[in-house]
Design a binder for this molecule. Structure first.
Ligand code: PNW
Length: 443
């Protein structure tokens, strides 16, 4: 159950979910500040105002990473902390905070992996992702970060999870800014999302020191063949291309699939000259956030595959959407590798919510999370052993944190956070992960 010797073990977080200090040192509101402060939008009206207070406790958090023995930490920058007006003049105090975090990490030999955009869009941008100018603004922000952080930061992710900041935000409305727009508008928003990624890749390449690596962190829909036979495996590959057509497929092929454009018809996105070239900018690596599997079988429909409904008894974790199918991680890596042959892959997120309780002895015995992770790691190891270019794994998450619309009601951390005091306590899963990393093997 051994992993390759240079396998990169890490943990992941995101700015709005952990930092707090929402109004400190010049930071201005993001759309998530506005949304979470709007009645009825998040669980019990909870906000990221304080969250884990990592803005003040980052040294403690880096110490937790050190105790785990991870070699890498994926975290995000808050755009409106760096640019309070979204564009224009940077906020030195905000920049300094991230320099301090990077210092702290480098000092103890942990590699920083920086996500530029993890959903906390500056409120200052008129129209948010409805506006094409937002894509350009993001590229300017990316250029500034590349100039000021590359060299010390060698790996950047542009965007995190297109579908969450487009469809879930502008179509179903469960995420900020909470709109329910029509298909044509949503498709345009999706286009602005992938365009922002592409323009940011170009901006980073143009402004970063040599050797800087760029990719994205994407929760592509993962299609698992119902049975591992040639026909179902092929069906899963078709599903992977078409099911991700507006996002990962567009990014890795530099075009929208014919089927996507045909299905959208008159609602298809309006694309300007050179957009697709930017969107398809070559990447150094692809990051995959992997949670829930979709099971597919081959069939005779025009698409050649059918996505199966899940039986009501299908096991899940604490978040109702989080179905447990550990082979999801193997197929995420294999499908993407076989279709697009990326140079390198990372699992940029994987993990689960559990109904954690603190025992009388003060421990958090999250045996279900350990079960979840152990099983996923076996399939991760299978992918590595079969030679797919999987370089590392970031566990979501280092800490319990602000779980977006679920507020603090869903805990994804391997460290328990008492949200009243901010106190962090390693769970059983942290102890277990430390052992995995030390032995570089599933244990
Ligand atoms: C990801 N779904 O979000 C995000 O990148 C994290 O910020 C988040 O905390 C984590 O996963 C856990 O939720 C997702 O509904 C949110 O399928 C929702 C879904 C998937 C991922």
């Amino acid at each position: 159950m051994q992993f390759p010797s240079n396998f990169l073990w890490g943990c992941a977080t995101a700015a709005y979910q952990i930092e707090g200090a929402a109004n400190e040192d010049g930071r201005t509101p993001s759309i998530w500040d506005t949304f979470s402060h709007t009645a009825g939008k998040t669980f019990h009206g909870e906000t990221g105002d304080v969250a884990d207070d990592s803005y003040h406790r980052y040294k403690e958090d880096v110490k937790l990473l050190k105790d785990l023995g991870v070699k890498a930490y994926r975290f995000s920058f808050s755009w409106s902390r760096v640019f309070p007006d979204a564009i224009g003049k940077p906020n030195q105090k905000g920049v300094d905070y991230y320099q301090r975090v990077v210092d702290e990490l480098l000092q103890i030999g942990i590699e920083p992996y920086v996500t530029l955009f993890h959903w906390d869009l500056p409120q200052a941008l008129p129209g948010g992702w409805q506006s094409r100018d937002t894509s350009k603004a993001m590229a300017d922000y990316a250029a500034y970060i590349a100039k000021n952080f590359s060299g010390r930061v060698k790996h950047f992710f542009t965007t995190n999870e297109f579908v969450c900041f487009t469809d879930l935000s502008y179509k179903s409305g469960q995420f900020a800014p909470g709109l329910k727009l029509a298909d044509a508008e949503v498709n345009q928003i999706r286009h602005h999302g992938v365009l922002a990624h592409g323009l940011s890749v170009q901006a980073i390449r143009a402004n970063a020191q040599a050797g800087t690596q760029v990719g994205l962190a994407e929760n592509a829909a993962v299609y698992v063949p119902v049975i591992e036979t040639k026909e179902h495996i092929e069906a899963a590959r078709h599903a992977t291309r078409e099911g991700n057509a507006p996002f990962l497929t567009a990014v890795l092929e530099g075009k929208y699939t014919d089927r996507y454009l045909e299905k959208q018809g008159k609602n298809a996105p309006k694309v300007q000259a050179s957009d697709m070239e930017a969107i398809g900018s070559p990447l150094d690596f692809v990051g995959l956030n992997v949670y829930t599997p979709e099971y597919v079988r081959a069939d005779t429909s025009r698409d050649g595959y059918a996505v199966l409904p899940r039986p009501a008894s299908f096991p899940r974790m604490a978040s109702p959407w989080l179905y447990i199918g550990p082979e999801v991680i193997y197929w995420a890596i294999r499908n993407v590798s076989e279709i697009w042959k990326p140079k390198e892959l990372y699992i940029t997120e994987n993990g689960c919510s559990s109904d954690d309780v603190v025992t009388k002895a003060g421990r958090i015995e999250d045996t279900d999370r350990v079960m979840y992770l152990r099983n996923h790691f076996m399939h991760l190891r299978r992918a590595a052993a079969e030679g797919y270019p999987i370089k590392g794994y970031f566990l979501w998450s280092l800490l319990d944190n602000f779980e977006w619309a679920d507020g603090y009601s869903k805990r994804f951390g391997i460290h328990y956070v008492d949200f009243k005091t901010g106190k962090r306590t390693p769970k059983l899963s942290a102890e277990w992960y430390r052992e995995v990393i030390a032995r570089n093997a599933v244990v």
